[in-house]
Design a protein around this ligand. Structure first.
Ligand code: F6R
Length: 614
């Protein structure tokens, strides 16, 4: 959700904050704002509804100077999208400025208390409560950091907060409470930075530290110190990030989403590096944290995630059940966290989260830990909360994803879950050497096949022109293709705003078939495999009711071209690889449909890339 940035150092703060906000904008783009502090003492606050670009124009028309400041890009929770509700928020005396990510759950109660004490509010946000709370503690004589700590003890809910005061412009305080998104502190040579995301820190420095829940950072131009909620000093190790800031550049691509779709040939290869031995045709996961003995003792695998990551979890569960032969199921993390799942030390919980910061997934991980399960995170972001909570992590190595709709991170996640299935199956003896070798040959061919699909882009563009005229779509799949159908529908909903239903093809007859007409085309995922004939029957059922069908079939299929209106071809591959490959045309169909409808696929309305609230 919201993106936060702070800088204090020797350079002018405004351009640094704006650049940081641009790289954080994928986290929220309802409004944006910065506050710049200088030694006069003076605070300049500029904010606007809409994009960072708009903020940049506004800032350019003002004469802002100062070498410290904070900034925010908002994904609205409390209060409509307008300038008053944009961050930074200020105290009554305007000397305190604050940006916030998260939700203050007891904000009504605190607001009433602060109003009674004479505080004046200028926004409808829950965030503004925090700056007034800090102000009231400072009036009692507390320092900025003590007042922030005291305020933190009053608010309920997860939060990431950054606050500064005109009275001490070179000193900025950041605090993390629970799982509302992280704060990364960057230790630079000419200044210190804090941000929600590593990407905004990398232009300044690769030396970083991550705040854990209940930790505070205090930065000045030359120092960064870390403290707990009682004021005790924490010795925090810094790490040298090997990430590049280039991910924040679009290059020659029209959108980040298109760039990221095109990166999949390379990124899938990256997920396999050091894990697949192509010469000896075997798979092993050196970063998997449990011993062979522990693997043999596992009696169930539960994969949790949200949204696209939940669809990856579903595909992973199919693969593990099939290849490892133990009970495996996917659970929506927001449901799992409130159930009473039966877990023990022989349960492996796999948390799928590209950001590593999704609130519901982190809560599911807490539930798994409390239940005594073993757990790993399958994650893009090293150092994120999920990687720190898990017993170990399998990094997906897709590279930072900026487009709000997940593409390459899903593909890489499934490659990694497939490797996990092969690793577990090999160790438990459910897979023989020859089966693993076949799978390795399939994996070796995957990046090339992804490249072939990308080369057929004009086919998807032509079909998208037709889909863009419809308001309803049905996506059908069976087995491991069912989550692919769900994902195809989700992509279409997210970026083209077309109502799209993903359905298990066998379920269609039990209700959804009533919707079939020439107004609702069906995308039928029917590549070669044991369930293809069943899918052909479903396609016939749709056709018999006047529905238009776009089939996704394997090259060489002779039946589907005879019944479907259009066919998208996948290269010949195993069912598991076909499920991964089918994602590429699904992504491009949604992308080109959004373009036809003149929508911005990188910034779909109402969405945020990292969902740090429940
Ligand atoms: C959809 C999408 C979301 C995320 C979901 C979980 O395109 O990106 O549905 O998959 O918010 O995010 P992570 O993987 O960061 O936990």
């Amino acid at each position: 959700m919201c993106g936060i940035i702070a800088y204090t150092g020797r350079d002018e703060a405004a351009p640094i904050l704006l650049k940081g906000l641009k790289s954080l904008e994928y986290r929220g783009y309802d409004s944006a704002g910065i506050a710049v502090l200088n030694a006069e003492p003076h605070v300049s606050i500029t904010k606007t509804p809409g994009r960072v670009e708009e903020l940049e124009r506004k800032v350019a028309s003002e004469n802002i100077t100062g070498t410290s400041g904070i900034g925010h890009t908002r994904w609205a929770t409390h209060g409509i999208v307008n300038e008053a509700n944009a961050h930074p928020h200020t105290s009554c005396g305007s000397e305190l400025v604050l940006v916030h990510n998260g939700i203050v759950e007891n904000y009504l109660e605190l607001r009433a208390e602060l109003l009674d004490a004479g505080h004046k509010f200028t926004s409808e946000t829950d965030s503004e409560i925090i700056v007034h709370l800090i102000e009231s503690h400072m009036k009692d004589g507390a320092s900025l950091e003590d007042a922030t700590r005291r305020a933190a003890k009053r608010i309920r809910g997860a939060a990431a907060i950054v606050v500064a005061t005109a009275g001490d412009p070179g000193r900025i305080v950041g605090l993390r409470l629970g799982n509302a998104g992280g704060i990364v502190v960057g230790i630079g040579k000419t200044g210190m930075v804090m941000a929600s995301d590593l990407l905004a820190v990398l232009p300044h420095t690769r030396t970083v530290a991550y705040l854990d829940s209940g930790e505070m950072a205090i930065i000045t131009p030359d120092t960064a110190s870390f403290h707990d909620l009682d004021g005790g000093v924490i010795e925090k190790a810094t790490i040298e990030s090997d990430r590049s800031a280039e991910a924040a550049e679009r290059g020659s691509f029209r959108h980040f989403m298109l760039k990221e779709i095109h990166e999949q040939a390379e990124s899938t290869a990256s997920a396999m590096r050091g894990r697949v031995d192509f010469e000896n045709e075997t798979v092993s996961l050196p970063d998997f944290p449990f011993s062979e003995e522990e693997i043999r003792r596992l009696d169930q695998v539960i994969i949790v995630g949200m949204g696209t990551s939940f669809h990856s979890a579903m595909m992973g569960a199919y693969m593990i059940e099939e290849l490892v032969g133990i009970p495996a199921r996917a659970e929506n993390a927001s449901e799992f966290r409130y159930r009473s799942p039966v877990l023990d030390e022989n349960t492996l919980v796999v948390a799928v989260t590209q950001s590593g910061e999704t609130a519901d997934t982190l809560a599911a991980m807490e539930a798994a830990r409390d239940g005594g399960a073993k757990q790993i995170a399958v994650c893009e972001t090293e150092g994120s909360q999920a990687t720190r909570m898990a017993d170990g992590s399998l990094l997906i190595r897709a590279g930072q994803e900026i487009g709000v709709a997940s593409t390459k991170t899903m593909t890489n996640t499934i490659v990694v879950l497939h490797l996990l299935a092969l690793h577990l199956g090999r160790i438990r003896g459910s897979l023989g050497d020859e089966t693993v070798a076949d799978a390795v040959r399939e994996l070796a061919a995957l990046p090339g096949k992804v490249g072939d699909l990308l080369a057929a882009e004009s086919t998807y563009e032509a079909i998208a022109r037709r889909l863009a005229t419809k308001r309803h779509l049905l996506y059908l799949g069976r087995g491991v293709m069912f989550p692919a159908a769900l994902e195809g529908a989700l992509k279409m909903k997210e970026i083209a705003y077309i109502h799209a239903e993903g359905y298990a093809a066998g379920e269609m007859k039990h209700g959804a078939i009533a919707l079939i007409s020439d107004l609702m085309p069906t995308i039928a995922l029917a590549p070669a495999g044991p369930l293809r004939e069943k899918m052909v029957s479903n396609v016939n059922e749709v056709k018999a009711r006047g529905g238009e069908v776009i089939a996704v079939a394997t090259e060489g299929d002779t039946m589907l071209p005879a019944v479907a209106d259009e066919v998208i071809y996948l290269p010949p591959a195993s069912v598991q690889m076909s499920a991964i490959l089918s994602l590429v045309p699904m992504q491009l169909l949604a992308y080109y449909t959004a373009l036809q409808l003149e929508l911005d696929p990188d910034k779909p309305r109402n969405l945020a890339k990292t969902v740090t609230v429940e």
